[in-house]
Ligand binder design. Structure first.
Ligand SMILES: Cc1cc2nc3c(=O)[nH]c(=O)nc-3n(C[C@H](O)[C@H](O)[C@H](O)COP(=O)(O)OP(=O)(O)OC[C@H]3O[C@@H](n4cnc5c(N)ncnc54)[C@H](O)[C@@H]3O)c2cc1C
Length: 414
């Protein structure tokens, strides 16, 4: 593939670079951001024989330690991308989601996953170390001659004549492409330059995340399942990762500290002080976890417009959904699959392709975002409303509860 480097795009330079790029039919699709969404988009495009160039701000691809749940709608795409097999040795396959009242420890529901959900949706429910998912996507991208990767490229400026795009980094390097996909996360520079200058809104909650070795987990909690503990204004989730050798642990609690940093270290007692009094096993688990990082939760409404000419949004840059349904990363995978389909269908008409892509995705993403918000409200109820929730969870059959999410997990790219 040919990717052309230009100098910093001052007005005249920008015009010349765009002019040259317009004549060059081998121009790649530029992708700002090499996270889960950006890499998945690059691999999905390559599977459709479309060249791309991923521009990533970080100087290396080290991923922060945390877990990620990948529902069947995500694992189905990983299969399509040819990434599932490489990831399989690193995942765990939980048999169920066990939901408990965090204060009493009483079980409220045990929702089926494992073979039940795989048979229902034709793809498994996996839990993994985030870095294992990212590494599998990165290996697939690096193995693809149609994918170029530039590290240490912090997108700062964008110029477009409506047909091609030129992107410049903070240190003055520049590339051109036939389209630009903003996969640069919740604080997307591309979104703020081209779409919406508003900063995401702080939710007043933070997620404290850690990963423990399996032998630091109390025996009663060392099971092949996802666990959710509900408290007034807080909840704790944990599940095995790295094929059961480790456990990912997340506590989502009220917080007043608004921060852009998604991996600021916090002392262990920060978490212990904010999770309300709980049963001994969870207390021990929280106490055994020593190295925590904080991810402050931010959100923006899902936009109706996902593209402007040859520039489009993808993943958290388009829809920073809240993590109460474990779907943000999976939505980015879905976006990637639909984007590649759009560019394949529309061939040289980038503007048409990206407009179609946005129309395919916006209602779906808005639906998932709304369901995540609603889950968050339900998880964090207190008083009589929490009691009503607990009663409902106990009285509805687990299969019926899970069947309510058929619209979510049953989604298909075609
Ligand atoms: C506590 C928590 C738990 C979660 N659990 C789950 C879960 O179980 N399942 C799930 O599916 N999702 C989960 N999510 C959501 C998921 O992590 C995100 O939705 C997902 O990472 C989004 O991927 P992305 O590629 O869009 O963005 P990111 O992963 O944020 O990647 C963006 C990339 O762009 C780069 N970048 C930023 N700015 C620039 C720039 N100017 N120039 C170049 N590069 C740039 C960044 O360095 C980064 O590599 C969770 C989120 C939280 C907070």
């Amino acid at each position: 593939m040919s990717v052309r480097r230009t100098h910093t795009l001052a007005n005249e330079d920008a015009k010349a670079a765009l002019e040259n790029a317009r004549k060059d039919r081998t121009q790649p699709v530029l992708i700002a951001g090499g996270g889960i969404g950006g890499l998945a988009a690059a691999v999905a495009l390559a599977r459709r024989k479309i060249a791309s160039h991923v521009l990533e701000r970080r100087a290396d691809f080290h991923e922060e330690g945390a877990g990620i749940q990948i529902g069947p709608n995500g694992t189905r795409i990983l299969r399509l991308l040819g990434v599932a097999e490489a990831l399989r040795p690193y995942v765990a396959v939980p048999e169920s989601i066990r939901v408990r009242d965090g204060t009493t420890g009483d079980e409220l529901a045990c929702l089926p996953l494992g073979g039940w959900i795989a048979a229902r949706h034709g793809a498994p429910y996996w839990v993994a170390h985030r870095s294992d998912l990212h590494s599998a996507l990165l290996r697939a991208a690096r193995a693809e001659p149609l994918v170029a990767l530039s590290l240490g490229f912090d997108v700062a400026e964008i110029a477009t004549d409506g047909q091609v795009v030129a992107v410049t980094s903070t240190d003055g390097r520049a590339w051109t492409g036939k389209a630009l996909i903003a996969a640069d996360g919740v604080w997307s520079t591309v979104r703020s330059l081209q779409f919406d200058p508003r900063a995401p809104r702080f939710l007043g909650k933070s997620a404290a995340r850690t990963v423990l070795a399996a032998d630091a987990v109390p025996d009663t909690l060392r099971k092949m399942e996802t666990n959710v503990w509900l408290f007034p204004g807080a909840h704790v989730v944990h599940y095995p990762v790295a094929n059961g050798r480790e456990l990912a642990l997340v506590a989502i609690v009220n917080d007043t500290h608004d921060d852009k940093d998604w991996s600021a270290p916090i002392p262990a007692n920060w978490v212990q002080q904010r999770v309300p009094p709980c049963t001994q096993s969870l207390h021990d688990l929280l106490e055994n976890a020593q190295t925590w990082k904080r991810w402050t939760l931010h959100t923006l409404p899902v936009p109706r417009t996902w593209s402007r000419g040859p520039v489009a949004l993808l993943g958290d840059a388009a829809h920073p959904v809240l993590p109460f349904l474990a779907q943000g990363g999976v939505l980015a995978l879905e976006d990637a699959a639909v984007l590649a389909d759009a560019l394949y269908r529309f061939d040289t008409d980038m503007t048409g392709a990206l407009a179609w892509y946005g129309r395919q995705r916006r209602d779906r993403a808005a639906h998932v975002a709304a369901a995540s918000r609603q889950n968050g409200r339900i998880y964090h109820l207190s008083g009589p409303l929490a009691q009503a929730r607990n009663l409902a969870l106990r009285s509805i059959s687990p299969q019926r509860l899970m069947a309510r999410y058929d619209w979510l997990y049953g989604w298909r790219a075609d």
